[in-house]
Design a protein around this ligand. Structure first.
Ligand SMILES: Nc1nc2c(ncn2[C@@H]2O[C@H](COP(=O)(O)OP(=O)(O)O)[C@@H](O)[C@H]2O)c(=O)[nH]1
Ligand SMILES: [Mg+2]
Length: 227
């Protein structure tokens, strides 16, 4: 007799778990951001600057996904906030059940902002809802202006794009207006912040955007121009 698979698909199960996380975070007024990029685009470097800026101002924690190693968690833990590494053992993205499992390690009581650094990959992480308030896509100046066109799903789903490593622009042929144009082809008008975690240039715009997200989660009628 042929067996019929009546189980949920991975995506359905993930969507359900993400919805549970989202409603729990909603009731706690906890803002959650999901950072997605290729390996080496500067997610951890941006997070290090972000943690340093909000030290003493916000209660933050970080969950960081990698296929192997605790290197990023070790880098991030120096900034005095709770950090937990999620090792996926080969999986190229984080799933909602992994977040659920590792949440107890970063006591979310009283937390304002949970940052999730996804596994370095521009494709798979875009399909998995983690219950976050927003996906944030990073693209570095060394990756080429065409990447939004090659990997449109993440640029379509992200609420904001960050062009990283702008300190390298004088040494590259990278055309900032071309990448802006390409992003607009996929997701017209989304904010694109230009930052250098190395020099600190452009960080203010990103930090203001984050602060505004946190304030709006607590006070939905909070208004501030974020661009
Ligand atoms: N020049 C420059 N290098 C950067 C910048 N941000 C990150 N890097 C370097 O790029 C490499 C990868 O950064 P990392 O934060 O680990 O990227 P991740 O894999 O996306 O987390 C490291 O050697 C960083 O020092 C930046 O703004 N400017
Ligand atoms: Mg990293």
């Amino acid at each position: 007799m042929t067996k019929v698979n009546v189980g949920k698909s991975v995506m359905e199960a993930n969507a359900e778990q993400a919805a549970t996380l989202r409603s729990e975070w909603q009731s706690r007024e906890l803002t959650v951001l999901n950072l997605i990029s290729s390996p080496g685009s500067g997610k951890t470097a941006l997070l290090e600057q972000t943690l340093e800026h909000f030290r003493g101002k916000l209660q933050m924690a970080v969950l960081v996904g990698d296929v192997q190693t605790e290197n990023d968690a070790n880098r991030l833990a120096r900034h005095g906030f709770p950090v937990k590494q999620i090792i996926t053992n080969g999986t190229c993205h984080l799933e909602a059940h992994m977040i659920e499992k590792h949440l107890p390690f970063v006591d979310t009581k009283g937390l304002d902002l949970l940052m999730i650094e996804n596994v370095g990959n521009l494709v798979c992480p875009s399909s998995y809802d983690l219950g976050e308030d927003a996906k944030v896509v990073l693209l570095s100046t060394t990756e080429g202006e065409d990447k939004p066109l090659k990997y449109p799903a993440i640029f379509r789903r992200a609420e904001v794009a960050i062009l990283t490593k702008t300190d390298l622009l004088p040494y590259l042929d990278f055309d900032v207006s071309a990448v802006r144009h390409n992003i607009d082809q996929i997701h017209a008008g989304i904010p694109m912040f230009r930052v250098s975690a190395r020099t600190g240039d452009g960080l203010d715009e990103w930090l203001t955007w984050v602060e505004t997200k946190v304030a709006r989660k607590k006070h939905p009628d909070f208004h501030q121009t974020v661009r």
